[in-house]
Design a protein around this ligand. Sequence first.
Ligand code: PBG
Length: 323
Amino acid sequence: MFPEHRPRRLRTTPAMRRLVSETTLRPRQLILPMFVAEGADQPRPIASMPGVVQHTRETLRKAAVDAVRAGVGGLMLFGIPAKRDAVGSAGCDENGILNVALRDLRAELGDDTVLMADTCLDEFTDHGHCGVLDEHGGVDNDATLKVYAEMAVAQAEAGAHMLGPSGMMDGQVGAIRSALDTAGHVDTSILAYSAKYASAFYGPFREAVDSQLKGDRKTYQQEPGNAREALREIELDVSEGADAIMVKPALSYLDVLRAAAEVSPVPVAAYNISGEYSMVEAAAANGWLDRERTILEVLRSIRRAGADMILTYWATEASAWLD
Ligand code: PBG
């Protein structure tokens, strides 16, 4: 043994541990995903995500103000429409719930936060897929790009600063970038969901947005065992003009996140998704885990793996715990 080698010296007091801590976790690095439901007259609890609700327009506004006051870096908005159809029309409609809510929040918050929108069709289609279908029932990549382009322009016009294409269609970043530029929205940025896996951990989210999906998303989302493919997706998205990229989910993909952070020339986000949230909440509710410590460890681990920013349903609450 070499008793002179004593790493524990750096763990002796809280002040010493604070001095040598490697990973920062700040409110500005957290992005709060929020749900708003058309026609809701009061917030609707999401049973599988205790503490998260589908907001009304009014409660969304209040919760958004609270989040920004707590110091979060941004808000990511998802809309739940009253009516769905095969092509997700409500996503492009300027009076669709997501676009109306973006307008509400931009009017309320101006440039005080980074307002983001989910640019994807799954909340708006009656079949629940992230794109439009071809005659065989498969998701039609190129037809979907046209709808994304229209949706992106509508979201930029409604006041989004940053768009989050999450549908994993090939060429989606390029299609959205050129539609935004043509419409004069050259300053609207794109946070590309570049490496998004076909994950079982999205389960609770499907309830959160009343998803109509039967089947799965394996023809467009990535196979959980593949890592190399993620780097290819990232490279393509950056070449198409992504301003930031994302790895999603976070916890089962920390290796992918680390690899992404090592090569990405743009900021890297990770989405601490619904199932990751619900697991901790369920265990904490049973007294099996210390809730606050677990949440902070989860978020710090995602930062340590290389995320510059983290989408998390705990963003507002965790911000209050950070110094
Ligand atoms: C698709 C989308 C999903 C999530 C965010 N955007 C669901 C999916 O791909 O099935 C999941 C987020 C979460 O689980 O917290 N628009």
